[in-house]
Ligand binder design. Structure first.
Ligand code: GAR
Length: 217
């Protein structure tokens, strides 16, 4: 029986990725167990998902703190109260301070709705359509100090259809997020996924390419 990997999830909104992680943590033999969900917004629906699953929640509103450093210090102390092995950003819409990112170096994952390094930031689906790209997707990556930056772990690639709108594309990409995030978290929990000091990601002891592991649809 593998040792449990204690995961803390940070979110700001709907929490559909949290739900995918909660569901996958029920799979037989999955050592990833979500011990807490922390939100910067009291009205985040993801908090209700956590409560329905019996997972403890905490809310820290950034508006209660005097600046990013103070907020991130409080966030670290709330998160570390759960002694996480892994911290997972699941739609946590805050820019993190370098100190926060360094504190969780090698055990901080994010998911982003684009094929990074393309389309960092917001409105990725609309921007992909405006650019006329043939492909779009989502990426799980280790977090570094750069917004939506850091070594890539896994990408899912989907085709862009001629009739797509930002909403239809978002729907297709979201469905893939719900596949690749649980996959990456389970790899980490099983000790198969690591980040070396050089920034190189390894899966099962083998270096991954700069794109991470790519799944095409
Ligand atoms: C997801 O699409 C995730 O990729 C995105 O927020 C959404 C959260 O959805 N994250 C980012 O854009 C990070 N830069 P969810 O609350 O339903 O999981």
């Amino acid at each position: 029986m593998p040792r449990t990997c204690n995961v803390v999830v940070l979110l700001s909104g709907t929490g559909s990725n949290l739900q995918a992680l909660l569901d996958s943590s029920q799979a037989p033999g999955n050592p990833a167990q979500i011990s807490a969900v922390v939100s910067n917004r009291a009205d985040a629906y993801g908090l209700q998902r956590a409560e329905a699953a019996g997972v403890p929640t905490a809310v820290l509103s950034h508006t209660d703190y005097d600046g990013r450093d103070a907020f991130d210090a409080a966030l670290i102390s709330a998160i570390d109260g759960y002694s996480p092995d892994l911290v997972v950003l699941a739609g946590f819409m805050r820019i993190l301070t370098p100190g926060f990112v360094r504190h969780y170096q090698g055990r901080l994952l994010n998911i982003h709705p684009s094929l990074l390094p393309q389309y960092k930031g917001l409105h990725t689906h609309r921007r992909v359509l405006e650019a006329g790209d043939a492909e779009h997707g989502c990426t799980v990556h280790f977090v570094t100090e750069e917004l939506d930056g850091g070594p890539l772990v896994v990408q899912a690639v989907v085709p862009v259809d001629s009739g797509d709108t930002p909403d239809t594309l978002a729907h297709r990409v979201h469905a893939q997020e719900h596949q690749i995030y649980p996959l990456a978290v389970r790899w980490f929990a099983e000790g198969r996924l690591t980040l070396a000091g050089s920034g190189q990601v390894h899966l099962d002891g083998q270096p991954l390419p700069a794109t991470g592991h790519v799944i095409r649809h």
